[in-house]
Each structure stands twice: as C-alpha cells, then as structure tokens.
Design a binder for this molecule. Structure first.
Ligand SMILES: *Cc1c(COP(=O)(O)O)cnc(C)c1O
Length: 397
C-alpha cells in the first residue's frame, strides 16, 4: 500500500494504509506491546543508535503499531511525517518546546480549547513565550499582531465551541510573508473535512481522543508535517521528553481511522438536521453551526470544508439555569465534556471546559452562560432532537 496511496481514495487509505504485514500473514493489524527491540549483534546496536541503520530501538522513540497509525494519519492529512503522542495536549506541548525559544512571540486565535489557552497564558508565559490572542475571523487583527519576534501562529478552525471559521489560506499567507510557522489544530474537522497542510499550514495538531478514535476509548494526539526539518525537531523533542503513544491506544486509533470517513459523513448529516431544528425553536436565541446559511462564515465554510462537522452550539433564551435545564432534562445524551464520539454529548462550556479561564478570557471568546454545546453523535437524529426538545420546551419563552 505504502507507495501507491496517491492513487487511492481516502476511504481506501483509511482502511488499507499504514501497516506492513508480518511473516505470520495476519489479516488484522497486530499490536506490538514491547518496550525495547533486540539487535542481531553489538555492531547492529551501534548502527541503530548512531542512526546509520534505520529501525526500532525503544518504544519511546518508535513502535510498529504506533507507526502504523502514524502512517495512516499522515496519508489522510496529505502529509509526509506524523508523530503519535500520549494526548492532544502532549502534542501541543511538544510542538511549542520543539520550535520556540524564550523571547519568542505567538499569535493564537481567541476561541482556542481551554487547556491550550492555559498552556500558553499560564505556563509558557513563565518560560518567556508571549502570546497574543486575536479574533479568528479578523484578518486585519492577525496582520497587526505580527511582531519581529513572532515565530508561531496557532489556531483552531472551527473554533470551540462557537464554530467560527478562519480563512486558512489568508492566514497562511501572513505566516509565509513573515517567516512564521503556521499550526492548525484539526481535531474538530479531521482530515476527512479539512486538510490544513493543503491550505497553507506547516504543522497539523490532533487530539486523537476525539473523532479519530470516535468511540471515546483512548486519549492520544498527533503532529503531522511535510517539512523534514520540522519533523526532526518535533521528533527529537518528543522522544526526549517522553509523551509517547501506547501501542494499545495506537491500535484503537487505527481501527477508528478505518471508519472515520463514514462516521464524519453521518456526524455532519445529523448535526445539520439538529442545527436546523434548533434554529426555529422559540426557546433558542442563536445557533452556531457553519452549515447554516445564517452562520457569518457560511460561504467560507462551503469553500474550505468538505462537510460542516458534528459540533453544534446554541444560546438558549435566558442564562445559566435555562442552559442547565436543557442539559438536565435529556434522557440519553451524555453530560460530558468529551466530543467526537458516536454517542451524542452535551455540555455547558462556561462551567466546564472553559471554567478555568478567566471571565475576561471567556467574554473575549464569546462563551456566555446561556451557551450549550452538543457534539452530535450517530444515534437516530429524531431521538437526539427529542432528547433536546424535552428541556427546551420547559424554558419559558
Ligand atoms: C480535546 C482537544 C485538545 C486536547 O486534546 P487531549 O487529547 O484531551 O489532550 C486540543 N484541541 C482540541 C480542539 C480539542 O478538542
């Protein structure tokens, strides 16, 4: 499969790419639960350690099951290199440590994942990395934020939980003109809906925990790039600091990738139907979903995405107690902050995922108390709507 992947469709790559069959002729992908590897001789050990000969040494560096997942994800993203990590946050942590120095400046989008905001503002600030947050959709703001020491642009598109959309080619152009590395967190779209490397990104970040797994089993992450130097820097940092992906998790994620194209298609279809239904419900003030014509960047979304994703957020008429009413009256929707699962999940961002950021940060990101986020799963869409209806109908209009 390896050398022919360009001629196959992504559905085929997702199922067939990445693994080399062993002498056992197994049909299913094997798991290699081994911490280290043996050498034929002392000379071979030297050759492996010196890099003279390619091959496994130790599973903090490489592991065949992890490599299978990495190859498959890289091919789906249209990238040459991929590194699996222990979590999405481990991928972002390793990335920053690998490519930034004290005194460097980062420009990031204001609607970032809560832990990512914390990572930059609370932790990397201590090591002399300064971060400016700008409106994802304001191209002029991105331009104005560039400083002589800006080394990294980091964004999520669509944003979480408001589903705002950044113009990746336009932001990529700003990065290129100024010699800045451009990083896109692609956890919400997955390569099925958006391939950032083809839209100007230098590095793609993933939380594999979300759609790549798709069934809420494992925590993991990944970094994908086309640039050999960047890959070497990332790999060097990650193999040294140690947040590697376990072979068991890698196997689960590889299995997840096999059904990813099919799942994403259905997530998108269900989410669009839920969003359309919410939009006309009298207790709903506003729906944030890029697939709706009312979404401010609907046209851009149509251009940039192959589907509008599975995340829908909405503001109820009222405040926190009304938002909680919707959540607490669901029967089977899971009240959990995880997303990208076949199970529909529902959460109140202001008091969960975005609790630890400050009120001004929440205001800047548009996370109001009346906001509810739904990660639309693969149950029958009429049942999902029925479960949301129960609480919404109890809100005094
Ligand atoms: C979940 C998430 C992360 C962090 O990933 P973990 O696997 O939980 O460490 C980063 N970015 C986005 C957009 C996420 O949804």
């Amino acid at each position: 499969m390896q050398k022919h992947d360009q001629k196959y469709h992504s559905q085929t790559v997702a199922i067939r790419h990445g693994y080399r069959r062993t002498d056992e002729q197994e049909h299913g992908e094997p798991i290699f639960p081994t911490s280290s590897y043996v050498f034929d001789s002392a000379q071979q050990a030297v050759d492996r350690f010196s890099g003279e000969e390619a091959g496994n040494i130790y599973s903090r560096f490489t592991n065949p099951t992890v490599a299978g997942f990495e190859n498959r994800l890289a091919a789906l993203e249209g990238g040459r290199y991929c590194i699996g990590t222990a979590s999405g946050m481990a991928a972002i942590t390793g990335l920053v440590l690998a490519v930034l120095n004290a005194g460097d400046h980062v420009i990031a989008s204001a609607g970032l994942f809560g832990s990512t905001v914390n990572l930059f503002t609370k932790y990397y600030a201590r090591f002399g990395v300064d971060t400016s947050f700008v409106d994802l959709t304001g191209i002029e703001q991105w331009k104005r934020a560039v400083r002589p020491n800006t080394r990294l642009i980091f964004l999520e598109s669509p944003s979480n939980p408001l589903c705002e959309i950044g113009d990746l080619p336009a932001i990529g152009e700003i990065a290129r003109e100024n010699g800045i590395r451009f990083v896109v967190d692609n956890a919400f779209c997955t390569p099925v809906l958006q391939q950032p490397l083809k839209l100007g990104a230098d590095i793609v970040v993933h939380s594999a925990t979300k759609y790549l797994d798709g069934q809420g089993r494992c925590v993991g992450g990944a970094l994908v790039t086309n640039d050999e130097k960047t890959h070497d820097a990332l790999f060097g940092m990650l193999r040294t600091t140690g947040p590697c992906m376990s072979p068991f998790n890698a196997w689960t994620f590889s299995k997840g990738l096999e059904t990813l194209p099919l799942r994403m298609e259905q997530h998108c279809a269900n989410a669009l139907e839920v969003a359309k239904w919410l939009e006309v419900h009298p207790a709903v003030k506003r729906v944030h979903y890029p697939g709706l014509a009312s979404h401010p960047q609907h046209e851009l979304a149509k251009k940039q995405y192959r589907g509008f994703g599975g995340i829908v957020s909405f503001e109820v008429r009222g405040s926190r107690s009304e938002a909680w009413k919707v959540i607490d009256h669901t029967e089977f929707l899971s009240i959990t902050a995880n997303l990208g699962d076949v199970k529909t999940t529902i959460t109140h961002p202001a008091t969960t995922t975005h609790l630890r950021i400050t009120q001004p940060e929440r205001d800047r990101a548009g996370i109001t108390d009346s906001l509810v986020r739904v990660s639309v799963g693969l149950e029958h869409v009429e049942d999902i709507i029925g479960d949301l209806e129960r609480g919404l109908d109890r809100i005094r209009k």
